[in-house]
Each structure stands twice: as structure tokens, then as C-alpha cells.
Design a protein around this ligand. Sequence first.
Ligand code: NOJ
Length: 497
Amino acid sequence: MLRGIFSILTVLLAAFCPCSFQADIADKYFPQSFRFGASTAAYQIEGAWNEDGKGENMWDHWLHENAGHTDDGLNGDVACDSYHKWQEDVQHLKELGVQTYRFSLSWSRILPTGYPDTINQLGVDYYLTLIKTLKENGIEPIVTIYHWDLPEVFNEQGGWLVPEVSDHYESYARVCFQLFGEQVKYWVTVNEPKSTCMWGYGTGIQAPGLTLIGDGVYTCAHNILLAHAKAWHVYDTEFRSQQGGKVGIVLDHTWSEPASNSQQDAEAVERENEFGLGWYANPVYLGNYPQVMIDRIGNRSVQEGLSQSRLPQFTDTQVEFIKGTSDFFGLNMYTGYMVQYTDDYQANPPTYWGDKGGNTYSDPSWPKSSLDWLTSYPEGLRKLLNYVNDKYKPPEIIVTENGWTDVTGTLDDDDRVSYYQGYLSNLLLALVEDGVNVTGYTLWSLLDNFEWGSGYTQKFGIIHVDFNSPNRTRTWKKSAKWYQNVIATRCLVDQCQ
Ligand code: NOJ
């Protein structure tokens, strides 16, 4: 009887609901084992840039040198002031009912010189207390070791362009495992290496502002991949048996649809996946860079008269060293693209985009946020989760970022609610219908915060932060209340079956 009523309701929902996913998910629940959470990063929320012994990082330096690097001329000196207001943040997390909180450690707060010879106890205590308080409140920390804030001292030595940086990172990661590993069971080595390489070393819109889009981006990626693998091995050999945690890398990708059903567009989509995700995921899960990258960049380098490929090569030993170094797949996914074949090769200057080939654009019917790159294509998340699951076969997937921005910071953020509703519905379908082993979700972001080159003009938070007030007052948006309800009910529609 109930089943009959449910079927009628489902049909009615499907017929009248403007959002076609509602009917599919009305009788589906997130299992109790699925963990909801929220994400942030040190430079974007902490502030206290020079307090209690913290050293300078490359974002401090870059923005102090030239305020013009951000849209509003502002920097992360104070940000959300979470260095002082962390207790309030934990309180908000508790009220939301999250099971996890993903935040990052500031390298130069822990090691002010960048090197492990000087440990800043006050900085360490800050994180120890935060972690302890989270755990006391039943919230599992997911800790990112590196979210783009390289100590300035290493930036001055060449940053991610020089191989030694991966050794410095390894030493720093070891210190993190030593100091916090008793409490932390989920570690992210590096957040979105593609973004930090593309925008920091490719287009120059982020620190350190270098424009090496045809070669520096590849060198940066190469050194970050080695750094990641070194940290994983340190954990594996020195800490895993006592601490029993998991170490993974967080990679970002989008989902691309072909502009037509031509073979050329299908190949352009494939290249989008290989250059966009395989660049990092292949070495970590399958061994070495995708063949299409090796071939295309190699051939072009020959045509450009170079004696070696602009894509650095891993030795066989390095391929083996990097392969298999992730205990879970952290996936940041925000948006989708249409991809159309182009292959207008330009030797001068060579670029990553030229190497990839293919023109990407947003489908005009997809809802737009206040940032050009971010439109809402929720089905893409289900497709991408299936793609990652099938291709890389990770032991576990956590969606570590997903979010929506506006410029008003409105508390009535219905657009953000629809975005999350759509993406979480697709995540749920991937989980319960497709059998993808996705175990958690940490949305971006807990708070409105410092959005890199956009400064404070873009608001990604489910909690509003008043940046005009010295208190950095936090106020819940509609999306926070909506998320609280989803976490409590484990269901995405108003009337759960
Ligand atoms: C990815 C990055 O990890 C995060 O720092 C950034 O704020 C969001 N995407 C939104 O752009």
C-alpha cells in the first residue's frame, strides 16, 4: 500500500518538479557511514599572518609587495580571523552537525624558517587545540598539509620549479605526522596541484605570479608529484603502523561533454580528461603521465627545435615510487564544460592549452555563478565519480570541495541551495545506484573567505562573514540551514520517504 502511494508520489514529483532529480532521490538516503563536512584553507581564513612567531609565506609576500594582485586590493592578513575565532568556527561546525572538517596547516606557522630546525610551539598549539576540540565534538579532522602557501624562503629559491622543494616538503610533512598524527587519521598531502601550478606558474594570476604556461607548469606539477609521493612514503614507512591513518592527494577536475558526436570532439574530451586529471592521477594511480601527454608535448617539443620534451620525464624508479601513493582519492569538483575540437598548434609561444587542443565553453543553459568558470552542471559530478572510480579504482573517494559563489553574500542564497541540491543528488545516485565508493563530502566552504585573486569579492561560504566588522561576525545563510537539515535527515528532499 505504502509502496503504491510512494510510486504515485514519485510519478507526480517527476512530472511537476522543475528539478528532475527530485523524484530519483526521494526514497534514497545517505548511509550513516557517509560523512558530511566542510572545507577551508589556512591562508583563506586564519589571518594573524605575523602573529605568535609565524613566518612569511609566498602569499603574504606577493600581496604585501603589490596589492594590485587581488581584485579588491586586499590580502589574507586578517581574513576570517579564524586564528582567534576558531572556537566559534568549531561551534558552527557542531551546530551544522558535520562529521568532518577539512582545513589546512600553514607551513610557515609551524616552521617559521620553512625548515624543521625551528618549530613554532605557539603555532603547533593552535592546531593541536583545534584538532582536540574538533575530536571532542565528534568531528573528524581531514588535514591538508599544503594548500598553496609555500614559505617565502623556498619561493625565493625557485619555489615549485626546483627539485629541492620536494625534499623541504617531505621534511615538513614528517613534522606534521610527528606532531599531529596521533589525532589525525585523514591527511591530504597537497590541495589541487593543477590549480597552483596553472595559476601560480602558468598564467601568473596567483602567487608567485610566474607566466610559464608552456613549461613551468609541467615542472611545477612534476615536483609536486614527487613531493606528494615522498610524504606518502614517509607516512607509510615511519608512521602508518602506529598511527593507522590514510594519506591522499586532492585533485580537481570538471566534467566535459562533447560539443557534437564527432570522433574529433570525443577525442578532445578524452584529452581534456587526460590533461586535466590524468596529468596528476595517472602517475599516482596508474604510473607515469598519460601517454597522450607524453606524445603530444614530446612531438611538439621536437617541432619547436627543443632537445628534450617540455614535459619532464620520470625515471622508471620514480614511476614506481609515485605509483600507488594514495589511500583515498580527494576530488574537488565544481563545474562542467562543453568541449569542441580545435588543434591550432602554435609553436610560439607553446602553451598547455595548445598542447591539450580543444576549445572549452559553458553550455548557455547552465546556471551561472558570479565567476566565469563556475556554472552548475550537477550531472557532471555523477559522471566524474563514475569515471574516477572506473579508471583509477581508488580504495575510497571523498569529494573534498564543491561550491557556489556570488558577489552579494546574500543570506537568502537560494542559488547555492539549488546548486548543492543538484550536486549532492548526483553524488547520492553515484553512491547508491552506481556503486561508486564515495565515502564523504566536504563542501566549499564553511565561511565566506579570501578567494585568492578575487580577494573578498567572491563569497563561497554557507556562513556569511562580515569583513567590515573587526569581529568578522559569522551569520548563517539559508544554505547552512539547508545543509544542517540534510545532515540530520540524510535525505535531500523536504518529504523524505
Ligand atoms: C579550489 C581551492 O582549493 C580553494 O582554495 C578555492 O577557494 C576554491 N577552489 C574556489 O575557487
